[in-house]
Design a protein around this ligand. Structure first.
Ligand SMILES: Nc1nc2c(c(=O)[nH]1)N[C@H]1C(S)=C(S)[C@@H](COP(=O)(O)OP(=O)(O)OC[C@H]3O[C@@H](n4cnc5c(=O)[nH]c(N)nc54)[C@H](O)[C@@H]3O)O[C@H]1N2
Ligand SMILES: Nc1nc2c(c(=O)[nH]1)N[C@H]1C(S)=C(S)[C@@H](COP(=O)(O)OP(=O)(O)OC[C@H]3O[C@@H](n4cnc5c(=O)[nH]c(N)nc54)[C@H](O)[C@@H]3O)O[C@H]1N2
Ligand SMILES: [Mo]
Length: 806
């Protein structure tokens, strides 16, 4: 979230699209209700299903899954045509005026630079025209034909209300109502918010869905504003923390890049390539501090072993060749290229797409280690469960080890919520039986492996032997010890930047925040964005002072990254002169000498409004991106592409390019895609409040609340198929099937799309054979193994199925 849960109450308009907040985030959703009650805020839900959020909305609109870019692109076109733009904001705080290179173009569904053989873009033409000083050229009048503004206007002129209706199946009057409501928030004293989650991310165009909304919020001047923002409602408890800590195959903690084999052969090259240069004069460009973040990370990782002479241990860091996302891992196992798999707090057989393929993949492993408090379908993947999981155990040689772990409530630690708050929690009970904490399990494994390397040597022993492992009990690092490392400490006395004669932090002390990080080995810090969470003053995450400093802002409650800032880009809540756009929505302001207010300013504290510095300090342009120069692999402007399995088999905007040209799809997975001739209906998967993923079916009360697997079928389709409420049905894709009870409902309506009727079938994801609920089929037997071009998040929300009454 750019903003916070509580801040939702400040919104004048709330759009819930690509998420079902009332169902999946029922506690946080109370702030949407608060806005409705106290401000009369309108809430509109755009979702393929009339869901629980829709049931408390002012307006519900159906949409065909996987078509949100068409809808939102239509909004952009409408805002431009109807002049609902916050012009002062757009001119000052976005890249609308920047000039794009001459060789950039978009033609019949393809951007410039496409290499058909590789299904990849060369992104070099997607950038700005630079002057001699290396700064982007601009045209403040926005008239230049290659200004971002003109290119954007032209790009979305194709997205008329008729096109939106034709692609999405959404009624036009409802679509126009969303445009009008959003358009109202273009006024400087109005702000609207968007709450989204997986309905946007789990598509081959997932990242671009979110970018389209970010563009809209920039056009409306809603980013940085209380009551505004782009708000991702996160998933698992601590999935936000997982992203922050870089637990992805190409990342390091704090959104630093893990060095790549091809691009970063040495430290100097790595730092040169990952430290961006400012593109506008006067820019702060906070990522220019990358060397400080990185060297401090290396000092944490390797301790005294990291020296200037050995490039701070750069050689010991693993380098990536490809992204090892879940789809790639399943593919490599399927090819027999992986022999062991450690599964910690994860039920991949149930959660990866295409269970049949994953089962074959797991069957080729030598061993699998499961670290989990309960039995999961993954841990019993080798057992036969009738036609729900028809395998022959005698043919599966994979040895499965199970290490019982604790659950979050049986340990101390911090969990980062969607609003970036690190909240410390305390153990509620001792774990039962032989269960051990994850930190103990990993700690003991590490110590044992290191001992083996010490005794026997082996290939690449250095990364294990040189690592800094200074815990009181090396076999069991404590959550407090680890948290203090995230914050970072001084390795020598550090002078005060304002008064170098004074010592700000003494050697060995915890750092006050990331501003003091150094690139010369004088500081160690495991995750720069978390610096400030456990300072010399103690554990900031354990704070529970809920004093409101205005607009529901509670800076004394827990600790928020970065720097305890609650609303990101909050400099943009003020006009260029430093006055709040809306006096009733005052968060920070310029007092003539510095930035002051109820939140931590997202700006250099003493940089005057006319210093030339711009509010989006993490971008080298300093401004928000309507055109995303080179970040995403599938285009600088979001474009509508059909899901890989499309119910209409064409793209009404450009029939030659139906689905995204930049997807990565493995050959075996491409062969497993179905067509709309064989599989005429759209399947989509989702959650229920009563269950959490695949594990609460092991909890009796949850199993009672929602005991049995079902699928939702619209009335029109049910009539066509002769299906009535409670009938058993079989839903099949090219890859597998589930059998479940039919819930016949008005909540899923047939849509008219491109001259044809499209039926969508809703399939909750929670069932399997482990636990105390009635056994069911794994929903992920159905979706294909293909992911978002940028993140590889699988396309769980839009695929093709057929339907039979049993
Ligand atoms: N009770 C409960 N709460 C949970 C979870 C749980 O299992 N149970 N899981 C947690 C996790 S891990 C996560 S990630 C979050 C997920 O939270 P959500 O994303 O809110 O959950 P979902 O039910 O997967 O999907 C949300 C909505 O997206 C809609 N949708 C599907 N495709 C599209 C589309 O193409 N466009 C649009 N506009 N909408 C679409 C679905 O119909 C559904 O209503 O929830 C978290 N909270
Ligand atoms: N079709 C379809 N598939 C989906 C999705 C979808 O919307 N549709 N959503 C996707 C999403 S967003 C997610 S997040 C994934 C979730 O997929 P998974 O993460 O694989 O599913 P969970 O059932 O949450 O598995 C978490 C496991 O962690 C265990 N656990 C709990 N606490 C602890 C602990 O402290 N330590 C350890 N070691 N284990 C613990 C639980 O018992 C559980 O078995 O599913 C994805 N798959
Ligand atoms: Mo999730």
């Amino acid at each position: 979230m750019t903003n916070s849960w509580v801040d939702i109450k400040n919104a004048d308009f709330i759009l819930v699209m690509g998420g079902n907040a009332a169902e999946a985030h029922p506690v946080g959703f109370k702030w949407a209700i608060e806005a409705k009650k106290t401000r009369g805020t309108k809430l509109i839900v755009v979702d393929p299903r009339y869901n629980r959020t829709a049931s408390v909305s002012d307006l519900y609109l159906p949409i065909r899954v996987g078509t949100d870019i068409a809808f939102l692109g239509g909004v952009i076109n409408w805002l431009i045509k109807n002049d609902k733009i916050q012009w002062e904001y757009v001119k000052a705080y976005t890249n609308a005026a920047l000039i794009v290179r001459e060789d950039y173009h978009f033609d019949e569904g393809l951007f410039s630079g496409y290499d058909e053989a590789k299904s990849k873009y060369d992104k070099s033409s997607w950038s700005y025209e630079l002057d001699e000083a290396g700064l982007a050229k601009t045209d403040p009048t926005l008239q230049h034909p290659r200004s971002v503004w003109q290119l954007m206007k032209q790009h979305y002129s194709r997205y008329t209300p008729e096109t939106v209706n034709n692609i999405c199946g959404t009624p036009t009057d409802g679509f126009l109502e969303v445009c009008r409501q959003l358009g109202e928030t273009a006024k400087p004293d109005k702000a609207g918010t968007i709450l989204y989650a997986l309905g946007w991310t789990q598509h081959t165009t997932g990242s671009q869905n979110i970018r389209t909304m970010a563009m809209i919020q920039l056009l409306l001047g809603n980013i940085g504003m209380p009551g505004g923002g782009v708000n991702a409602l996160r998933g698992h408890s601590n999935i936000q923390g997982l992203s922050d800590l870089g637990l992805l195959s190409t990342s390091l903690p704090g959104y630093l890049t893990l060095p790549s084999e091809a691009d970063h052969p040495d430290l100097a090259t790595y730092l040169a390539k990952t430290t961006p240069k400012a593109l506008q004069a006067g820019q702060l460009n906070y990522w220019s501090n990358t060397p400080k973040f990185f060297v401090s990370l290396m000092k944490w990782m390797w301790g005294d072993n990291a020296t200037k002479d050995n490039d701070w241990g750069y050689g010991w860091l693993p380098k990536w060749d490809k992204m090892y996302d879940v789809l790639h891992i399943a593919e490599l196992m399927h090819q027999g290229k992986i022999s062991g798999f450690i599964v910690q707090g994860f039920n991949p057989l149930a959660s990866f797409p295409d269970v049949a393929k994953v089962t074959e993949a797991f069957s080729k492993l030598k061993y699998m280690v499961i670290i989990d408090p309960i039995a999961t379908e993954t841990s019993t993947f080798w057992q036969n469960h009738g036609d729900a999981h028809d395998v022959d155990p005698a043919k599966i040689q994979t040895e499965v080890f199970r290490l019982p772990s604790t659950c979050f409530a049986e340990e101390d630690g911090s969990i980062v919520n969607s609003a970036r708050w690190l909240q410390w929690h305390w153990k509620g009970a001792e774990p039962p039986g032989e269960a051990r904490g994850d930190n103990e399990i990993i700690g003991e494994l590490f110590v044992a492996v290191r001992e083996l390397y010490r005794k026997e040597g082996g290939k690449l022993a250095d990364p294990i032997l040189k690592v800094n492992w200074n815990y009181h009990d090396p076999a069991s690092p404590t959550p407090a010890e680890l948290a203090m490392e995230m914050n970072g400490k001084a390795l020598s006395d550090l002078p005060d930047p304002a008064d170098p004669a004074k010592i700000a932090v003494k050697k060995g002390e915890q750092l006050p925040g990331f501003a003091l990080l150094q690139d010369d080995g004088r500081t160690a810090c495991a995750c720069w964005i978390f610096s400030g969470c456990w300072t010399q003053a103690g554990n900031q995450m354990a704070r529970r002072d809920n004093t409101d400093t205005g607009l529901g802002n509670t800076p004394g409650w827990s600790w928020s990254w970065p720097a305890n800032r609650r609303i990101l880009y909050n400099r943009a809540s003020c006009d260029p002169s430093g006055k709040p756009w809306d006096p009733k929505r005052k968060l920070i302001s310029w007092n003539g000498e510095k930035w002051v207010g109820g939140d931590v300013p997202d700006f250099k504290i003493d940089a005057a409004p006319d210093s030339g510095m711009q509010p989006f300090i993490m971008n080298p342009e300093g401004v928000g991106r309507l055109f995303s120069a080179d970040k995403l692999v599938d285009g600088p402007f979001p474009e509508h592409y059909e899901p890989m399995e499309s119910p209409i088999g064409t793209n009404p905007l450009h029939p030659k390019v139906v689905s995204s040209p930049a997807v990565r799809i493995f050959k075996t997975d491409r062969e497993r895609l179905g067509t709309h001739q064989d599989y005429p209906y759209v399947g989509t998967t989702y959650r229920l409040t009563e269950h959490f993923q695949f594990w609460t079916k092991s909890v009796l009360l949850n199993a009672i609340a929602q005991p049995e697997q079902f699928v939702e079928i619209g009335e029109a389709l049910a009539r066509e198929k002769g299906i009535v409420q409670g009938d058993m049905v079989k839903v099949s894709s090219k890859r597998g099937f589930v059998k479940a009870k039919a819930v016949v409902t008005k909540r899923l309506m047939a849509l008219k799309v491109n001259g044809q009727t499209v039926h969508q079938i809703g399939i909750p994801l929670h069932w399997g054979w482990e636990g105390v609920a009635r056994p069911g089929y794994l929903t992920n037997s159905l979706p294909p193994a293909v992911g978002d071009c940028n993140t590889q998040t699988p396309e769980y929300k839009a695929f093709l199925v057929k339907l039979e009454k049993l």
